[in-house]
Design a binder for this molecule. Structure first.
Ligand SMILES: *[C@@H]1O[C@H](CO)[C@@H](O)[C@H](O)[C@H]1NC(C)=O
Ligand SMILES: *[C@@H]1O[C@H](CO)[C@@H](O)[C@H](O)[C@H]1NC(C)=O
Ligand SMILES: *[C@@H]1O[C@H](CO)[C@@H](O)[C@H](O)[C@H]1NC(C)=O
Length: 463
């Protein structure tokens, strides 16, 4: 009996150990032994270049150089807009609460360096309500870099005379498209009058010389709402974590450390708001004193929390998983055109939103692995350290899904399709690998011509 008990204890110990390896428990141990990947990560508010740097691209080593027998002839690029300012509601909250916390913390915070104390003391919000949702200067700069990266890969395809550009009806996608196009114009017509943008007095707005159209395809994530389909929101798991004792403990540690007294009624919502401000400032100005107030595991925990929301939006609802078929049906038609019509354009650029990318990824079964959090013996929450669905790397600002059609002459008129997410090769359903015979792709998705109508999908019973 004793031995069995002993063995049981050993097994439990081993199990606990395992939990601690793959999971990060929100406990009172001071800083965590596990080294967390980049402390700069901010979920879907991460900048593209931060995420790119951390992914240590396989790209140049892998597909680009190995495909010299194949010539790229068509590029399909679907990108999320670039870094933007917060929305109105959030700016209002920041204006209302943050000056107070900057004052309290700079005065009474216990773990601040003098530099951070100084920065918080003189801190003011550097944007205002008129900036809501506009792309930031850093976003324009980053888009310029992304355009240059793709121009380096595909200089012939990104010829400004042979590009179609579409955006959603939101200004942030249009501003991203402008920045992208303008970069291509600057590269290709350096000495001409390079202003692709001009002020139109009649329309009283900025217009682009290059025709940029608004496409409903880029707003499908909004379409079903009219039909009473699932609302984006906070799932039961999200609420469980947000209101857990572990998160409350985290909040309490945070407020003690930073000199926020109990009478301030500092809530987990306030802590979330501070974290969000840290992320915005980091994306906009590359630094923020607010970020220094957090321990790595605290930021990690908030990123995980956000990912519950985006994962639920992507994979949690049958309707959401299906609707991006319209994007793939559109891609399919464009590939057929590029294959059959020698005068067709060579590049399609689309600029959309994170919620659109979530749906595309779930339609393509990408990044599906997302382990739930657990409780340890003491009832503390333990968060999984690794997950495929990590919005810091899969949907940062400027995230892109790209499909390139190649003409491979050694293979007897064989055409092939390469699929990438953020410049990494991904394998999609219907294709045996990330570099797929075009016919395989076309056949697999042929049925979409008939059974992919967004109105029908919106009316499906929720499964
Ligand atoms: C542009 O597309 C057409 C039609 O597919 C193709 O014939 C041509 O080679 C492409 N141009 C470049 C530079 O790839
Ligand atoms: C800092 O702490 C002191 C002592 O508890 C308190 O009197 C003061 O009001 C605090 N300052 C701020 C800005 O909260
Ligand atoms: C905190 O809550 C109490 C009770 O609701 C309230 O009287 C007090 O004014 C609040 N403090 C602050 C700083 O809002």
């Amino acid at each position: 009996m004793k031995t069995i008990l002993l063995m049981l204890i050993i097994i439990i110990e081993i199990f606990e150990c395992k939990i601690q390896q793959d999971y990060l428990c929100i406990s009172d141990q001071d800083d965590q032994m596990i080294e967390l990947k980049s402390n700069e990560h901010c979920g879907s508010k991460t900048s593209y270049l931060t995420a790119r740097y951390d992914r240590k691209l396989l790209l140049e080593r892998d597909w680009h150089l190995n495909n010299q027998q194949c010539k790229p002839i068509y590029l399909y690029f679907l990108g999320r807009h670039s870094i933007r300012f917060p929305g109105l509601k959030e700016i209002i909250k920041q204006e209302r609460l943050m000056p107070k916390y900057a004052k309290i913390i700079s005065k009474n915070g216990t773990k601040l360096s003098n530099g951070i104390r100084h920065d918080l003391h003189y801190w003011t919000l550097m944007y205002d309500q008129t900036d809501q949702y506009h792309v930031t200067l850093s976003g324009k700069y980053e888009t310029q870099t992304i355009a240059k990266i793709f121009y380096r890969y595909f200089p012939k395809l990104l010829n400004v005379d042979r590009i179609d550009v579409s955006v959603s009806r939101k200004i942030r996608t249009r501003e991203t498209a402008w920045a992208f196009l303008r970069t291509l114009y600057d590269i290709q017509t350096p000495n001409s009058n390079k202003h692709t943008l001009k002020w139109d007095n009649k329309l009283n707005k900025m217009v682009s010389r290059h025709k940029i159209v608004e496409s409903d395809l880029l707003m499908i994530h909004e379409r079903c709402k009219k039909f009473g389909s699932p609302k984006e929101g906070k799932s039961a798991k999200y609420k469980e974590l947000f209101h857990s004792l572990s998160f409350d403990k985290m909040r309490n540690d945070f407020s003690q450390r930073n000199g926020i007294k109990n009478e301030e009624n500092f809530t987990i919502e306030h802590m979330y708001l501070l974290k969000s401000l840290c992320c915005y400032e980091q994306a906009i100005y590359q630094q923020s004193p607010w970020c220094s107030l957090f321990k790595p595991y605290e930021r990690f925990a908030f990123n995980y929390l956000d990912d519950i929301k985006s994962y639920t939006d992507a994979y949690g609802y049958g309707i959401n998983r299906k609707m991006a078929c319209v994007l793939i049906a559109d891609l399919r038609r464009k590939l057929i055109m590029a294959r059959d019509d020698p005068h067709s354009i060579n590049t399609t650029l689309y600029f959309g939103h994170d919620h659109l990318m979530y749906r595309l990824f779930s339609y393509l079964n990408l990044f599906e692995q997302f382990p739930h959090f657990k409780y340890d013996r003491n009832g503390q929450i333990c968060l999984p350290i690794n997950r495929e669905w990590d919005s810091s790397t899969i949907t940062p600002f400027g995230t892109n899904f790209v499909a390139i059609l190649y003409d491979c002459d050694e293979d007897d008129d064989q055409k092939k399709l390469l699929t990438l997410v953020n410049e990494n090769v991904v394998e999609i359903p219907g294709c045996t690998n990330g570099f797929c015979p075009l016919d395989e792709f076309l056949n697999y998705y042929e049925h979409l011509e008939n059974d992919c109508k967004i109105e029908d999908i919106c009316r499906l019973p929720e499964s």
